[in-house]
Design a protein around this ligand. Structure first.
Ligand code: ADP
Ligand code: MG
Length: 387
């Protein structure tokens, strides 16, 4: 079992706190976004991977209406009624669980649960601890309440929890990646059809995740504004192109270049990012199929440049890591991963160079900011499951 020590610690804590064993335990991993930034809500394409860090959720049915929910790292408990699942302003971590529970049960249940979650994903670092919490909650509670739910529906329940309970209008990338990951493989998802496939990375590739701990914007607000710019641009292209445009997925870079003059420059630049990212993901799929990892890595560098200049969701800390990565032998590509404005950089490297590259990245970061960034070796890992 992956992350067995985390699982065992959760079970011990659960027994001690609730005085009994859980009836169900589920696991869901975090994810890295490898190529395709802010393309999910533009109905485009993404390469991602589930990672070897995740969250366990343990639960048992209660005999009353009351739900008791414990965040296992803080050992903090909140309670709420199973038939009154509303978002809370305090201990906001409960909202991811409540939102998922509400979505799964159609706004609540007659009987509550005793639940506890515990994991090892750094929070708010772009590795999607929030989706891991939603998907582990969803799988555990679906089993506990005998609710049948398919992966795409569960992903949408998690997304809705983020939208209505946590205020972030995210796409479906994080939830789909957490559910669909496979060991050693990337997940390539078409966010229009919501069809995903697993793509072999081969033994010559692994990833480093460099967590800068930087957090620059009120992430929700900035994320939602970028999304709005994409929607404005898509509505404009729908009026000038002769084929249907439902989302930026339907606009090519060539069409963008021809018609961008009708948009304010900032909106045009924002739109160029997901459009370019879609083309890079499709190109990247061809390169992976032919075993061209350096070519794939070059697309990751291009992706970061597009974030930095066009979409403007990068920041100095992320840029410093990517620039340092370009100079380190064995590094094939690097780019910001996730929403942006801080968080983490994902680096593609040959496994034999992972250790030296990690040290070089940490010290390049320390030379600039006085303290190293956290670098972890990430292996594409299995997706979420009920244990
Ligand atoms: P990310 O998903 O990239 O980690 P988010 O801001 O979307 O960043 O989600 C982080 C939030 O998710 C935390 O602030 C917390 O509310 C909640 N969360 C996720 N996992 C846990 C956990 N194991 N313990 C407590 N809170 C958690
Ligand atoms: Mg999140």
């Amino acid at each position: 079992m992956i992350n067995k020590h985390v699982h065992d610690e959760l079970i011990q804590k659960y027994r001690k706190h609730f005085g009994r064993d859980p009836e169900v335990v589920a696991y869901a991993p975090g994810r890295i976004e490898v190529l395709g930034n802010h393309t999910d809500y533009n109905e485009g394409f993404v390469f991602s991977a589930a990672i070897n860090f995740g969250t366990f959720f343990a639960a048992a049915k209660s005999t009353s209406k009351q739900c008791r929910l414990v965040a296992g790292d803080l050992m903090k408990e909140v309670t709420f009624e199973a038939n009154d699942v509303t978002p809370s302003k305090t201990d906001t971590w409960q909202n991811y669980v409540k939102g998922t529970f509400a979505g799964l049960t159609n706004q609540g249940a007659a009987v509550g649960f005793d639940g506890m979650f515990f994991g090892n994903i750094p929070l708010g670092s772009g590795l999607s601890s929030s989706a891991a919490l939603e998907m582990s909650t969803g799988l555990a509670l679906a089993k506990l309440y005998k609710i049948t739910v398919d992966p795409v529906t569960l992903a949408k329940i998690g997304q809705k929890a983020e939208h209505t309970y946590a205020g972030c209008k995210c796409g479906l990338l994080d939830q789909i990646s957490s559910l669909a990951g496979q060991e050693g493989k990337l997940v390539k998802t078409d966010f229009r059809s919501l069809v995903y496939e697993n793509v072999e990375m081969g033994p010559d590739a692994c990833f480093l995740m460099c967590n800068t701990h930087a957090k620059h914007a009120l992430v929700d607000g900035a994320y939602n504004r970028l999304r709005e710019a994409c929607e404005t641009a898509a509505a404009y292209f729908a009026t000038v192109l002769r084929h249907p445009v439902k989302a930026l997925r339907d606009v090519s870079m060539a069409e963008w270049a021809l018609y961008k003059g009708g948009l304010p420059e900032t909106v045009a630049n924002r739109a160029a990012h997901p459009i370019g990212e879609d083309e890079r993901v499709l190109k990247g799929a061809e390169l992976l199929a032919s075993g061209d990892l350096p070519g794939f890595g070059a697309l990751m560098f291009d992706s970061h440049e597009s974030s930095r200049i066009l979409f403007q969701n990068s920041c100095e800390e992320l840029d410093v890591v990517v620039e340092a990565a370009k100079k380190i032998p064995g590094v094939l590509g690097a780019r910001l991963s996730g929403g942006g404005f801080g968080g983490s950089v994902v680096v593609l490297v040959h496994p034999r160079d992972a250790e030296t590259a990690s040290a070089a990245l940490a010290s390049a970061y320390a030379a600039k900011f006085g303290k190293p960034c956290d670098v972890s070796v990430i292996k594409p890992a299995p997706g979420a499951c009920v244990l």
